[in-house]
Design a protein around this ligand. Sequence first.
Ligand SMILES: NC(=O)c1ccc[n+]([C@@H]2O[C@H](COP(=O)([O-])OP(=O)(O)OC[C@H]3O[C@@H](n4cnc5c(N)ncnc54)[C@H](O)[C@@H]3O)[C@@H](O)[C@H]2O)c1
Length: 254
Amino acid sequence: MFSLQNKKAVVTGGGSGIGRAIATLFAKKGAELHIIDLSIESAQETVDEIQKTGGKVFSYACDVANQKEVIATFEKIGNIHILVNNAGIAHVGNVENTMEADFDRVMNINVKGVYNCLHAAIPKLRHAEGGVIVNMASIAAWVGIPDRFAYSTAKGAVMAMTLSVAKDFMSENIRCNSISPARVHTPFVDGFITKNYPGKEAEMFEKLSKSQPIGRMGKPDEVAALALYLCSDEAGFITGCDYPIDGGFIKLNN
Ligand SMILES: NC(=O)c1ccc[n+]([C@@H]2O[C@H](COP(=O)([O-])OP(=O)(O)OC[C@H]3O[C@@H](n4cnc5c(N)ncnc54)[C@H](O)[C@@H]3O)[C@@H](O)[C@H]2O)c1
C-alpha cells in the first residue's frame, strides 16, 4: 500500500522540517523527488539524505514568491504527478502591531507562493493519470490563536485555495487537499521561539508542547505519513478536504 513508484513529486520547502520529512518518505516509497527551496544548501542536505538510500532526487533554488522563478523551475521539471505546497514562514503579532512590510512578506510567501506553484503546476499535473496536490495549512486557519494575525490570515487563504482548486480541476482528475498541523517540532518552531522569546526558550518550548492536549509537539515524520496517504492512489476518493494533525488541539482543548 501507499506506493509512489513511477510518480514524480515536487515538494516546496523540502530543505527543512516537515518538507524534508515528506521528501525523504516519498522517495522511500519510490517517487522521483524535485525539491524547491529558497536555500539551496538546505535542499542539498535533503538531496544527500535521499541519495544515501538510492533515491532519485533533484533540487532547485527558487523563491516561491517570485512567479517568474517558479514558472521557470516547473518548466525544467516537466510533467509531475504530485505537488506538496509546504514552503512557509512564521510571524508573531496581532492586527495592531503587525506592520505592512511584515504582512506583505507573509502574504507573498504563504499565500502568493502557494498560488504561484499551483498556477505553474496545474499544466504539469494535467496529463492522462491525473495528479494530486497537498497544501500545508495550519490549525491557525481553524481556531483563534493569540498573536498570529498575518499567519492565520494566510493559512485561511490556503484552505480556501484548496477548495477552489479541488472544485475547478476535479473533472481533470486532479485532487487537492490540505493538512493543518498544530505545533510540529522543526527549525520553524525553534526559530520563532528564539526570535520572539529570547531568554525564555525552554519555558516557551514547554508551553507550546503542552498546548496540544496530547502533551507534546508533533513530529515531521507524522505529518509526512499523512501527506503520503493523501498523495497515494489509496486516497483516490478524497478531495477538497482539510486534515488536522494536532494532538487534539482543535477539538479537545477545553
Ligand atoms: N512547524 C509547525 O509547527 C507548523 C505548524 C503548522 C503549519 N506549519 C507549516 O508547515 C510548513 C513547513 O513548516 P516547517 O516547520 O517544516 O518549516 P521550516 O522553517 O523548518 O522549513 C520551511 C522551508 O521552507 C523554505 N522556504 C521559506 N521561504 C521560502 C520561499 N520564499 N521559497 C522557497 N522556499 C522557502 C525554507 O528555506 C525551509 O527550508 C509551513 O508552511 C508552515 O507554515 C508548520
